[in-house]
Structures are given as C-alpha cells and as structure tokens.
Design a protein around this ligand. Structure first.
Ligand code: GLN
Length: 552
C-alpha cells in the first residue's frame, strides 16, 4: 500500500437498489466521514436523474427541502446531509441533474461546438456526466458521487453508463458501492437475500460490479448471510456491510467504522491513509447526547407550510436537534400546518410547548394561521424563532396588532394591502442574475451591538444563506421601530433588514436568512443553540410567561 499521491483522486460511486428511501445520502455521507477522519480530503456529490435543471422549482412536499449552498445553488436535500456530516461547504458543482447535463450539451450543440456531428447520449451525455464528476477532483483525494433514484429506473441509465465508463477509464481508482435492502419476513422468521441478489444482478447488467454492498436491515446480518450475499454477487465478504436501523442518523458513521468499512475501501484503492482510525470521539459524544441527554425535554412547535412531509424542513429539523446537542437537552418537534389554526385550532395549544418556530415557505396557504401563532408567542413570552417567511409573518403580525396598521400584509400574499410591510425593494428588483429576482446564497449582515442577535452570534459581522424574493419594506421601518420592534441586523449597506427582535420578550428573533443550512451536529448554529436554551429555560420554569412578556 502506498500513500495517496496528489493528482490521483479516488472515486466512489454510490447507487441504490430494491426500494428508494434506504438512506443512500446518509450512507454516502457516513463513508465520507470515515475517510475524512483518516486524513483524506473528501467531497460528496449528488447526481440526480430528473429533468429539472435544479430542485429550486420542485415542491418541497414532493421532493423535500431545497438546500441552498454558499454560492446560491438550489440543491438536493442530500447536500445538507453531506455538509453536516463532513463539515464542509459545498457548491453548485456538488449537485447536478439530467436537466443540467442535457442543457450543457444542448447549449454546446447550439453554439456549433459539435461541428456537424450527431449529438447522442453516448458519448456526449455520458462525457458531460463524467466531466461533472471530474471537476471535483481538484483539491480532493476522494470524490464520492451518489446517483439518485434506484437501479432499474429508465432515467438513471445514462448516469450508470457514465459511471461505468468512468471506472473503465480510471481503473482501480474508482469503486462502486451499492445500497440494498435485506428484508425480514416475520412469518418465516428469516432475513431474505433475494432482493439484494436481484438488485446487484440488475446493476451488473449495466456493466457495474459493486465492490461494497451496504445492506439496510432491521436485524443483524450474521456471517452466514454475509457469505451468502457475497457469494451471489462476487463481492468480498468484508465488503458486505450491514446498515442496521439506528436511533439517530449520526450513529451511521460509528456503525460503518465498527465494520471497518474505511479499511476495506482503502485496501481496495491500495492506499495508505494519512491517519489511523480516530475512534470518532466527537461522533460518539453527539450520539450519546441525542440518545441520553442529561437535561430535560424541550418541546418545539413548528407551524409552517410543508409540515406534511418532514423532509421538507430537513435542515430545520436537524438544526433543532443540534440545538439539543449543544444544550444536552432532548428536543421534541411537532409539525403543525398553518392552516390548522385557520380552521379553528386555538393558538393556546402552544401552551404545551417551550418554543415556536415558523419556517420558510412560498404562497399564501396557512399564512394567517402562522401569524396567529406568532401573536400568541409574542403575547405569552414563548420563545420564537422566525425564519425567512417566519420573520415576514412576525413583521406583519407586529404591524397589525401592535403598530395598528390594519390590513398590513406581504405584497406576495395581498397586492392590494394598504400597508405592504413586506414587499419587493428596488435593490431586489435589480437582482436578476441568480434565480431571477431571488436573493440566493451567502450575504453579509451587520448586527447591532447590544442586540440579542449580537450576543447570540458573539460578533457583529455575519454571513448567512438566503433564498427569498421579498423584504421588509423600508418605508415602515421608522413606524415599527417606534412601536418597539428592533431591527437587529441589516445588510452591510443598511438597505435591507436581515433580523428582527423584540426587546422585553424572553427570546423573540426573526431572520430573513436561513441559518439552519449552516448548522452542524459538531457545532450547532448559535441561533438554534440559543433558541433551545431559551426553550429549556421555559421548560424549567425559570421564565414565567407573564412576567417575561411584561419585561419584568
Ligand atoms: N416567500 C417569501 C419570499 O419569497 C419567503 C421565502 C422563504 O421563506 N424562503 O420572500
């Protein structure tokens, strides 16, 4: 075995079979963690077979959250897992789709770059797929590329062909990992390997031989079953890894390490890792804190739009869990659709919670319900964190019920509102380069010294990721401020509001950006850590709702 030489990047391709939702993203990210712990420079990539150029236009209820990177790319939610697991900021390059691949090829065709040749899936589309993988080699020892969907899907065929060719070209510097399911049939009292055999056979028909099989299972795989799977699939028994159901996703790297998956992959690549296995102490601590926190339970109500699918707010969910890790507290989250409050749910149900979070969203469904929930939180001293649309709801609520601006609304929801306290600002209308009029990606903000926000962040200059079109209307800033709403952060030029808070309330913060995208299990985002801390204080009864609301 030799140390890894620069310019000799290794490639791992992760595919999935049998059924979807096996946790391919988590598996890929966990392998990334192990290799990173061994001193290798690792990056992760998602290759999505759908035709949309990016998931920005997809309903979060169908496809889950749109994860926004520093450079303003709207990407698949798996990129959130990747960032959280390997603790690195990724970019547009780390997520591509069939739509993006085809668009690049068609653009070239229109420019005449193909010099009259027929443009075809093979080699042109597959070349572009390989190019999109290769661009990540720079500065990385290992590139892990996950192919979305399941083997056998018609739409993933060009990707499978692309990664097959890739392996053919770089030889043992690439290997394939395949994720399958080993179901337990209760009536027979047995684990069944047949679906795995079929799935690998299907993969092999595309010319791909997996080196590693990650088998999702409810029961441990004994050596006999591993040997059986290995025998049917030409995989080394040491490459058959069990992925048992676990209590928290952050346990998966530990499970893989227990089975020495990193050692196996390194030996297949024929490289020596710069560092020995680390013991993953940080990850052990995280898992321990999630499974048996020493503090009490903090109950958070998330009142939002896409609450029917937990994946739609994946980063919010994870950031709240990170807040729990930071406070050694157990966090329980309930997801409540804003429209429930419009249909008669009394906002006093919030008395059973220690914090309210109103997350981002687009379109008017459920907005009045969210505003009602914010009002209850404001009036009853319930810790409140508003994110993007959540900040906007808080501003509308304050304008209507404190500043007496009746009919105040966002221009997004009511074009006729007499008081459009949230609207399109001139600066915003000029932003047309990225995603139309959306403010996307990382922007700098200045925090008012002395604000709760500045205290929480521990500094006054921050950058956070954005994904929104509307802004607090500057015409109302003076009026709202006069009534006690503190604009605690703005863009560096002071022109756009970035954060709000309510002095006198125990913890009431709105952020126009999405801090959840930057939270990591190893370092909870300060806003989420502080929000959960405030929730824990409420749970412990340190803050009595009435007194707090009165600023006593
Ligand atoms: N719909 C709002 C806007 O476009 C909020 C967006 C969001 O919450 N991400 O400004």
């Amino acid at each position: 075995m030799t140390p890894i030489e620069s310019g000799r990047t290794r490639y791992i391709f992760v595919t999935g079979g049998v059924v979807s939702s096996l946790g391919k993203g988590i598996a890929a990210a966990s392998l990334g963690v192990l290799l990173k712990e061994r001193g290798l420079r690792v990056t992760l990539q998602k290759l999505d077979p759908y035709i949309n150029v990016d998931p920005g236009t997809l309903s979060p209820l169908q496809h889950g959250e749109v994860f926004v990177t520093e450079d303003g790319a709207e990407t698949d939610l798996d990129l959130g897992h990747y960032e959280r697991f390997i603790d690195a900021n990724l970019s547009q390059e780390n997520n591509t789709t069939s739509g993006r691949i085809y668009r690049a090829v068609i653009d070239r065709e229109r420019r005449g770059d193909y010099l009259g040749r027929t443009v075809q899936v093979i080699p042109h589309i597959t070349d572009e797929i390989k190019r999109s993988v290769r661009v990540l080699a720079e500065g990385h020892d290992v590139v892990i590329s996950e192919v979305g969907g399941t083997v056998g899907d018609i739409e993933s065929l060009p990707f499978l062909e692309g990664i097959r060719q890739f392996r053919q070209e770089v030889g043992p510097r690439a290997l394939h990992v395949h994720l399958t399911l080993v179901p337990y049939i209760r009536a027979a009292g047995e684990l069944k390997t047949k679906p795995t055999q079929h799935s690998v056979r299907e993969l092999m028909q595309t010319g791909i031989q997996p080196a590693v099989l990650v088998c999702r299972t409810e029961h441990p795989l004994d050596d006999e079953i591993k040997a059986k799977i290995a025998g049917f699939t030409n995989v080394d028994p040491a490459g058959v890894v069990e992925a048992l159901d676990v209590d928290t996703i952050y346990q998966v790297p530990l499970e893989f390490r227990r089975q020495r998956l990193d050692d196996f992959v390194l030996s297949r690549f024929g490289i020596e890792a710069p560092a020995p296995p680390s013991g993953l102490t940080g990850w052990r601590r995280i898992v321990e804190r999630i499974k048996s926190p020493r503090g009490g339970t903090v109950r958070i109500a998330v009142v939002g739009k896409y609450t029917a699918l937990v994946d739609a707010y994946k980063s919010i969910e994870q950031a709240l869990i990170h807040g729990g890790i930071a406070n050694d507290a157990n966090v329980e989250i309930d997801w409540i659709g804003g429209e429930k409050l419009e249909q008669g749910l009394d906002p006093a149900f919030l008395v059973g919670y220690h914090g309210l979070l109103v997350p981002g969203g687009f379109g008017r469904r459920g907005i009045e319900g969210m505003i009602t929930a914010v009002r209850w939180a404001r009036e009853n001293g319930l810790p409140f964190l508003g994110i993007c649309l959540g900040l906007q709801c808080a501003v509308i609520e304050f304008a209507r019920n404190v500043a007496g601006l009746s009919g105040a609304h966002s221009f997004e929801f009511d074009r006729e509102s007499p008081h459009p306290v949230i609207c399109l600002m001139d600066e915003q209308r000029k932003v047309t380069t990225k995603g139309g009029t959306m403010r996307l990606g990382s922007y700098e903000a200045r925090l008012n010294p002395g604000s709760l926000a500045a205290r929480v962040y521990g500094r006054t200059a921050i950058t956070e990721r954005h994904r929104h079109r509307y802004e607090v209307n500057n015409d109302y800033r003076t009026a709202l401020k006069g009534k006690g709403l503190n604009f605690s952060a703005t863009t560096t030029d002071g022109k756009l509001v970035e954060m709000i808070e309510l002095p006198g309330h125990p913890w009431f913060v709105g952020s126009q950006s999405h801090p959840e995208f930057k939270s990591r299990p190893t370092s909870a985002h300060p806003l989420f850590a502080s929000f959960i801390e405030a929730g824990a204080a409420r749970a412990a009864g340190t803050v009595t709702p009435r007194a707090a609301a009165l600023g006593a």
